[in-house]
Design a protein around this ligand. Structure first.
Ligand SMILES: Nc1ncnc2c1ncn2[C@@H]1O[C@H](COP(=O)(O)OP(=O)(O)OP(=O)(O)O)[C@@H](O)[C@H]1O
Ligand SMILES: [Mg+2]
Length: 510
């Protein structure tokens, strides 16, 4: 019995759209099996079939050689299959501990017994060095932490077939290294892992074999050790991809965005998450805020964009004080925001793609007359953006955002924000979850903004992206800017030292 999982000739349709078209996936026991494919290729759909969330129109699934019918996630759990979803399914007003044991509570004489659960959770957290706080609320912890909660939830149920749907998209480089170790540890314990990622380095590092999908179809399975990254990306996209950003010397002008002495309290602890931060982003410049996740970058962006109240400080856009302006006014003044959490702050998931594309402009004359929406105009505009940004979905502009693949949801947000021709784009992890072809495209778009004399404020956790894309780097550590650097004059290692707080070149009062 060679394979723990065999998915044979799986076809899954949404209406007449085939998200999976005759796909075969065979996973060996004790291997990390990567699943690679462009945004919308059908990876998450295939995993949802395996996890019992969708019923395929055709095909069969075998677990340990036995044909099974997986009607729902409970069936999947019974078979030892656990899944960490691409977009977490956590309840926001639950604590970490409650979230992990949800559905698996132990009850003694009608009373919830949390102490045993707590012990087991803490042991697991310790074993895999997750450092979770069991009593923190989900709404207050970082996305990286939420991910660990999802992983613990899966381990808590003693599953031995583990599906990781893009677990690293939301992690910091350090956390990714830790997760890789955890995955190696898990397969060494005899578990089998299906690992979805767009990052070829990660596949190289941890996966034994890799299956490639393209536009719903199965392309092939390769041995990772015998295949180069270039070969893998070509297999997946169907053409050669340039993995480096190309840009000319910058030519900065006046400040577009100026942030003065910003102080913001964190939601979780009432301590200041952003401490007296000041900086400028100039015309024709991509300024990157680098830092390890949780050092105040999220709050900084929420503060600037108006999603979180400021304690003190000012935000100036092209000379105008917009600190107290409404979000709509900030938008009209030329601020665009590609948020960190695409579901919470980027999209209305139950709206269609076309509605999402006009969220900030539906009330303008172009799309509205006498209080009625001009649906024809909205549709035409949506079609234009879909084409320009290659947003793939099952039903074009009328697709419901929730049903779109993660990467295509992200492309929709980027399309909407960039197409408004903003003065400043505030982009937080803009290529999170995008395939290599889409990353190439989005990076080009950000560089084009800068070349057109606009400003870009990029918040990124990824050193490669920071070093490749930015014209200037400020590093945030514990809520403060600790360095203001020229990427050409530093090494990745040095940048890492600033990010870790081991080095500092800017005083607080700059
Ligand atoms: N519930 C649904 N209703 C309609 N269409 C859907 C639904 N779920 C997925 N699709 C469509 O099926 C296709 C495959 O989506 P899927 O989420 O499997 O892609 P993916 O390979 O995981 O992409 P990504 O890398 O962006 O996460 C997409 O075009 C998507 O729009
Ligand atoms: Mg997906």
């Amino acid at each position: 019995m060679e394979y723990v999982i065999e998915m044979n000739h799986i076809t899954k349709q949404f209406g007449d759209f085939k998200a999976n078209d005759d796909i075969t996936l065979q996973v060996k026991k004790g291997e990390v099996h990567a699943l690679l494919g462009e945004n919308g290729a059908g990876k998450s759909t295939l995993m949802s079939v395996l996890f019992g969330l969708y019923q395929p129109e055709e095909g069969e699934i075998k677990i340990n050689g036995k044909t099974v019918k997986i009607n729902n996630p409970n069936d999947a759990n019974e078979l030892g299959i656990g899944m960490v979803h691409q977009h977490f399914k956590l309840v926001h007003n639950f604590t970490v501990l409650e979230s992990i044991v949800l559905g698996r509570e132990t009850v003694k004489m009608g009373v919830l017994k949390m102490e045993d659960a707590r012990k087991k959770v803490m042991e697991l957290s310790e074993k895999y060095k997750f450092k979770i706080d069991p009593d923190a609320y989900i709404s207050d912890i970082t996305v990286g932490m939420q991910q660990r909660v999802e992983i613990l939830k899966m381990l808590y149920c003693d599953n031995d077939i583990l599906i990781f749907d893009e677990p690293t998209a939301v992690l910091t480089p350090q956390e990714i290294q830790e997760l890789m170790k955890v995955m190696k540890q898990l397969v060494a314990e005899g578990k089998s892992i299906i690992f979805i990622t767009h990052k070829l380095n990660e596949i190289k590092e941890v996966a034994d074999r890799c299956s490639v999908l393209r536009k719903g179809k199965y392309i092939g399975t390769i041995n990772v050790a015998d295949t180069t990254k270039e070969q893998m990306s070509e297999m997946m996209v169907g053409r050669k991809v340039n993995l480096n950003v190309e840009k000319t010397e910058m030519n900065p002008g006046d400040a577009v965005l100026e942030v003065r002495n910003l102080t913001i309290k964190s939601k979780a602890s009432k301590k200041a998450a952003v401490k007296n931060v000041s900086f400028k982003v100039r015309k024709g410049e991509i300024l990157c805020v680098a830092g390890i996740d949780g050092n105040g970058q999220s709050e900084l962006v929420y503060g600037i964009t108006g999603l979180m109240p400021l304690d003190s400080g000012q935000v100036i856009l092209n000379g105008k004080d917009i600190t107290k302006e409404s979000i709509r006014q900030k938008c009209i003044d030329g601020m665009a925001h590609i948020p960190e959490d695409r579901h919470k702050d980027g999209l209305v998931l139950d709206y269609t793609l076309q509605e999402n594309l006009v969220l900030q402009t539906y009330y303008t004359d172009r799309f509205q007359k006498h209080g009625f929406l001009k649906f024809d105009a909205i549709r035409e505009y949506a079609k234009e953006l879909i084409k320009k940004f290659d947003i793939r979905s099952s039903h074009g502009e009328t697709s419901i955002a929730r049903g779109m693949s993660g990467g295509n949801q992200q492309k929709a947000i980027i399309a909407r924000e960039l197409d408004r021709n903003p003065e400043i784009v505030i982009a937080v992890q803009p290529v999170r979850g995008l395939d290599v072809g889409a990353i190439e495209y989005i990076h080009k778009q950000l560089v084009a903004q800068r070349d057109a004399g606009k400003a870009v404020l990029l918040v990124s956790l990824e050193l490669d992206e920071v070093m490749n894309l930015s014209d200037r780097i400020v590093v945030m550590y514990e809520g403060e800017i600790v360095a203001d650097l020229n990427p050409k004059e530093i090494t990745t290692e040095e940048l890492g030292l600033y990010m870790a707080g081991a080095k500092r070149s800017v005083k607080n009062e700059q």
